[in-house]
Ligand binder design. Sequence first.
Ligand code: URA
Length: 466
Amino acid sequence: MICAPLSGPDDFEGWRRAARAFALAGITPSQIVWQIGGERDLFATESLPPPSPSQGAAFSVPRAFVQLAEAAILHRDPERFAMLYALLAQLRERPGSLEDRADPLVRRVEALAKAVRRDMHKMRAFVRFRELADDDGSRFVAWFEPEHHIVRANAGFFVRRFASMRWSILTPERSIHWDGETVSEGPGAHRGDAPADDPVEDIWKGYYAAIFNPARLKTGAMLSEMPKKYWRNLPEASLIPGLVAGAQAREAAMIATPPKPPSRPGNADAAWQALRGEAMACTRCPLYHDTTQTVFGEGPVSAPLMFVGEQPGDQEDLAGRPFVGPAGQLFDRALEEAGIDRTRTYVTNAVKHFKHERRGKRRIHQTPETPEIKACRWWLEQEWDLVRPRIIVALGATAGRALLGKAVTISRMRGAPIPLESGAQGWITIHPSFLLRLPDEQRKTEERARFVRELRVIGEQVRALA
Ligand code: URA
């Protein structure tokens, strides 16, 4: 047996170095004992063979595997290092096996990565800071119990979100601290090390009560998104029974009250840059395989008008920008005729990776399905939240589904504004590629004119609301 020492439970770089050396030396998965923190297994006889530079150069794996392994390695399953090494060995024999959704090893590793991503999401959603006074002023302290080894990997998110605060997140495995300039780490902590309550709770409670939407009350879904285990850390959890009880009355009041114009956070540009950066590494659904890049939205973060398309096409995938191919050019001309300056709008897609199938050298567009739209709504919602447009226009059925969360019939819903929960106005119209596909020239001319008329009305609405 060969011992592979790792510096910690989330030591991806250590695993990667060792795995590369073992694979080059032809070591099989069953010969390796993966060990965390310097302890040696009684049965391990050899240590790691060092990789030589020339061997290193000969070794490559798909980027998708690296992204999958980076997430899966954070799982608490003690078998994860061995599983990943077995998958690496399998990929060297069968390079295409990562795309094989039925492969049992790929499925197991993907399940690990999925659980880790979910845990990271939970940490982002449920960490609640309490304010403490220390010698240098205020420090915000939070307690969180993750299921997996995600704390270090999630630190960047909290740094970006709370860059101007000094904060600490305490967890049983390790603590992380931010002093406004650098992140540092400390040992694990106990729940009692974090303050139990604080005036900041009133702010959270006020915020939660304000955003609680009685029209969207689904208790089952709420429990699955916010498992009871986290409730004790959340000041706003104490409000839930009361808010649920009053939901009907609040829903009636909400319908009777006209929506307020949305307001945008002060650091929206920096937050948008950070969000785009995160989306570039997105593996939330399998579509990132076999694409060039994530095609994120573009345009001013202060744009009052947002367009949502379906997904990038072949040219958008290569260029990394939405709506630059044939449909995009048609869209640009229609906008111009309608008096809308594209550079003052925010243009994005419901799905941010190009779904396609290969036929010879060509990549043929495939319509994204509900799981892909749902997975990608994570990004779209955050774009809405940052841009906070007055008007959001869904171009086509996929965008309509993403906007309203249900299937839409364009012919029935186009031509009139739809009030959205955010206070923005929604519009649904055709996708420009619909015009490209119409075989009949006269119908094409009529449909195009109708599209331009709709855009003109939308442009007038934006000006009226500004
Ligand atoms: N079609 C879309 O829906 N979006 C693009 O970015 C390009 C084509």
